[in-house]
Design a protein around this ligand. Structure first.
Ligand code: HEM
Length: 167
C-alpha cells in the first residue's frame, strides 16, 4: 500500500469533517444557540456533554494535522528539499501553520465549552454572583477563541485548496 496515498486520503477526509464541523458550528449553530435563550442553553449542554461532537472534532483535527505534517515531511524530503521554497511549498507550509494554530484554538474551544456545560449544570435558577462572574469570563474567552479557531480554519482551507496552483 502507498503510504502517501493513505495519508492524503486521511488528511483530506478528516480535514473536511473538521473544517466543516468547525465552520458550521461557528457560523450557524452557535448564533442559533445564542439567540434561543434557555432552549439554546439546553441544546448546547446536550450537544457538548451527551453527543460525540467534541470527540469527533478532536479526532478529526488531530488526524488532519498529523497526516498533513507527515505529508509535508514527505514532500520536503524531511525539511531538506527546495520544494519548501517553491510557491506551492510555501503556501502548503503557511496553510499548515494556520491549521496547527486552528487545532490549538480548537483545544481551547473544547476546554471552555466543557467548563461552560459543567457550570450550566451546577446553576439552579438564578446564578450566584460568583457563578455569574465565571460565566461572563468563560463567555468572553469562548468568543475570542472560537473566532480565532474559525478564521485559522478558513485561511488554512483557502491555502490548502490553492497551493498546488502556485509555481
Ligand atoms: C483545516 C485544515 C486542513 C485542511 C482542510 C486541509 C486540506 C487539504 C487538501 C484538500 C489538500 C489537497 C490539496 C491538493 O492536492 O491540491 C491538502 C494537501 C496538503 N496538506 Fe492540508 N489541510 C489542512 C491542514 C493541514 C496541515 C495542518 C498541514 C501540515 C501541518 C497540511 C499539509 C498539507 C500538505 C503538505 C499537503 C500536500 C499533499 C500533497 O503533496 O498532495 N494541511 N490539504
Amino acid at each position: 500500500m502507498n503510504i502517501f496515498a493513505v495519508l492524503r486520503f486521511l488528511h483530506i477526509v478528516a480535514g473536511i469533517i473538521w473544517a466543516g464541523g468547525g465552520l458550521l458550528m461557528y457560523f450557524v449553530f452557535a448564533p442559533a444557540i445564542a439567540a434561543t435563550g434557555d432552549a439554546g442553553k439546553q441544546y448546547a449542554g446536550y450537544l457538548i456533554t451527551k453527543t460525540p461532537f467534541t470527540k469527533i472534532m478532536l479526532v478529526a483535527g488531530v488526524t488532519t494535522v498529523a497526516a498533513g505534517s507527515w505529508l509535508y515531511g514527505i514532500d520536503s524530503s524531511w525539511f531538506q528539499s527546495n520544494w519548501m521554497m517553491t510557491g506551492q511549498g510555501t503556501v502548503f507550509g503557511m496553510g499548515g501553520m494556520f491549521g496547527i494554530a486552528a487545532l490549538v484554538f480548537g483545544f481551547m474551544v473544547g476546554n471552555v465549552n466543557s467548563r461552560l456545560a459543567m457550570l450550566g449544570g451546577q446553576i439552579q435558577g438564578k446564578p450566584t454572583a460568583e457563578q455569574a462572574a465565571e460565566l461572563g469570563a468563560l463567555a468572553k474567552r469562548q468568543a475570542w477563541v472560537s473566532k480565532a479557531n474559525a478564521w485559522c480554519i478558513i485561511v488554512a482551507v483557502v491555502m490548502m485548496a490553492s497551493a498546488r496552483f502556485f509555481a
